[in-house]
Design a protein around this ligand. Structure first.
Ligand SMILES: Cc1cc2nc3c(=O)[nH]c(=O)nc-3n(C[C@H](O)[C@H](O)[C@H](O)COP(=O)(O)O)c2cc1C
Length: 201
């Protein structure tokens, strides 16, 4: 069994990436193969809305020189489970993640959807806890639904905000991956994904 994590942060190896790696470690401990794709390391062209895919023609961007979307699609196809990770950017996903989402269109919205049937989970990071992270997570949840992926416990949210000091000022931890509640919730997420995957196979 294989699990793929896809990080939409512009910052490789930072808080979203670290949480995704923690999630992958849980899977690896149970004998799963794991892979982390940092979208920031991939060149993915914008969907140009040509609708070739709606006419059952191949996406012309997949064969465009330098475009690496096919590599990500191949990695999804090889996986039994997918975790999508993204920071909260203005109550939404990053432009990088949205570009990736749009480029799954030839697969995820068609009558024959080769991406469907995978177990999925969502990991989100944010500065503040009350500043739109639920919307970011919901966008990713809807993307998973559109792909035909099955989510159980569904998402983990990690915050930089750590509380309020004696002066009523918000306090912060160095990065969201250090959020202890999120780390605990992450193990619930990975456990639930592995249970679901086992039941489906
Ligand atoms: C352009 C931009 C927009 C952001 N928007 C929000 C926001 O609306 N609310 C919030 O709480 N944090 C926001 N943040 C903070 C990030 O969500 C947070 O720092 C996140 O943990 C970064 O993840 P990373 O370390 O994986 O890049 C924003 C950060 C940037 C750079």
């Amino acid at each position: 069994m294989k699990v793929l994590a896809i990080n939409g942060s512009h910052r490789t190896g930072r808080s979203t990436s670290k949480l995704l790696q923690m999630a992958l470690d849980d899977f690896a401990a149970q004998g799963w193969d794991t892979e982390l794709i940092e979208l920031a390391d991939k060149h993915i062209e914008y969907c140009i809305g040509c609708n070739s895919c709606l006419r059952d023609k191949p996406c012309p961007l997949l064969s465009r020189e330098g475009d690496q979307m096919q590599e990500v699609l191949d990695a999804i196809m090889e996986s039994d489970a997918v975790i999508v990770g993204n920071p909260n950017y203005f109550e939404n996903v990053t432009a990088r993640m949205k570009t990736f989402i749009d480029r799954t269109c030839p697969q995820s919205h068609m009558e024959i959807n080769p991406l469907a049937g995978r177990v999925a989970g969502i990991v989100c990071t944010t500065g503040l806890s009350n500043c739109g992270i639920d919307v970011t997570a919901a966008v990713l949840q809807r993307f998973c639904n559109a792909c035909g992926w099955i989510t159980g416990y569904s998402w983990t949210v990690a915050t930089c905000e750590s509380g309020v000091d004696e002066n009523g000022e918000v306090t912060y931890r160095r990065s969201a991956d250090l959020d202890p509640q999120a780390q605990a919730s992450l193990h619930n997420l990975t456990g639930s994904m592995m249970n679901l995957a086992q039941k489906l196979h």
